[in-house]
Design a binder for this molecule. Structure first.
Ligand code: COA
Length: 174
C-alpha cells in the first residue's frame, strides 16, 4: 500500500487504536501550547475518526508493534475534488527520516486514484516544523490569508481565538 522507511509497517487504524494514539499526542507534540494544547489535540481526535474514517487513514508501527506514526485523512463529502488531511504525527525519535512524507505521498496517490484534485489541511500558527514540512511537500498557503508574518494566518478560522494556517496542494502540480 505504502512504501515507508525504517522497516515500519503501515495499516488502516481501527477503534482499538484510538486510546494508543491519544496517549502519545502530548509527547509527540512536545507539549505544544501546554494544557490548552493538550485538550485541543485530544478533542481533535475523537473516537469517530477511528471508526468512520479508517479507509483513508494510516497507522505505522515498528517491528515490535510500538506506534511510529499516524495520518488521519478523508475524502471530502461536500467537494468531490478535495481530500483532507486532518491530523498527522510521527514518533519524535523517527523525525526527519521521511516517515510523514511517505504517509502523505501514499494519501496523495489514493486521493488521485479516486479522482481528487486538491489536498487541504491546516496547522496551528507557531508550529514551525509543521509549516516547514507542508511547504517542503509543496503545499501553498490558501490565498486570502491575512497577516504580515510568516506563516500567514487566518484569524479565528476554527472559532474565537483559534487562528490557523490553511494549506492547499494541487495533486496535478509538479
Ligand atoms: C511535522 C511532522 C509530521 C514531520 O514528520 P517527519 O517524518 O519528521 O517529516 P519528514 O522526515 O518526512 O520531513 C519532510 C520534510 O519536512 C521538513 N522538515 C521536517 N522536520 C523539520 C524540522 N524539524 N525543521 C524544519 N523542516 C523540517 C524538511 O524539509 C523535510 O525534508 P528534508 O529532510 O528533505 O529536508 C513531525 O515533525 C511531527 O510529528 N511533529 C509533531 C506533530 C505535528 O506537528 N504534526 C503536524 C501538525 S497536525
Amino acid at each position: 500500500m505504502i512504501t515507508i522507511p525504517e522497516g515500519l509497517t503501515v495499516r488502516r487504524p481501527n477503534a482499538e487504536d484510538h486510546a494508543r494514539v491519544l496517549a502519545v499526542l502530548d509527547r509527540w507534540w512536545g507539549d505544544f501550547k501546554g494544557q490548552a494544547g493538550s485538550l485541543e489535540r485530544a478533542l481533535l481526535l475523537p473516537r469517530l475518526f477511528f471508526q468512520h474514517f479508517t479507509t483513508t487513514s494510516y497507522l505505522a508501527e515498528r517491528p515490535d508493534g510500538d506506534l511510529a506514526a499516524f495520518l488521519i485523512g478523508f475524502f471530502s463529502q461536500s467537494d468531490p475534488n478535495v481530500a483532507y488531511i486532518h491530523f498527522v504525527g510521527v514518533e519524535p525519535a523517527m523525525h526527519g527520516r521521511g516517515v510523514a512524507t511517505a504517509l502523505y505521498r501514499g494519501f496523495f496517490d489514493e486521493a488521485r486514484a479516486c479522482g481528487r484534485r486538491h489536498v487541504h489541511c491546516i496547522t496551528s500558527p507557531g508550529n514551525t516544523v509543521s509549516y516547514a514540512f507542508h511547504v517542503r511537500l509543496g503545499f501553498q498557503v490558501l490565498p486570502g490569508a491575512v497577516g504580515a508574518g510568516n506563516p500567514p494566518i487566518q484569524p479565528d478560522y476554527d472559532g474565537p481565538g483559534l487562528d490557523r494556517v490553511v494549506f492547499t496542494l494541487d495533486l496535478a502540480g509538479p
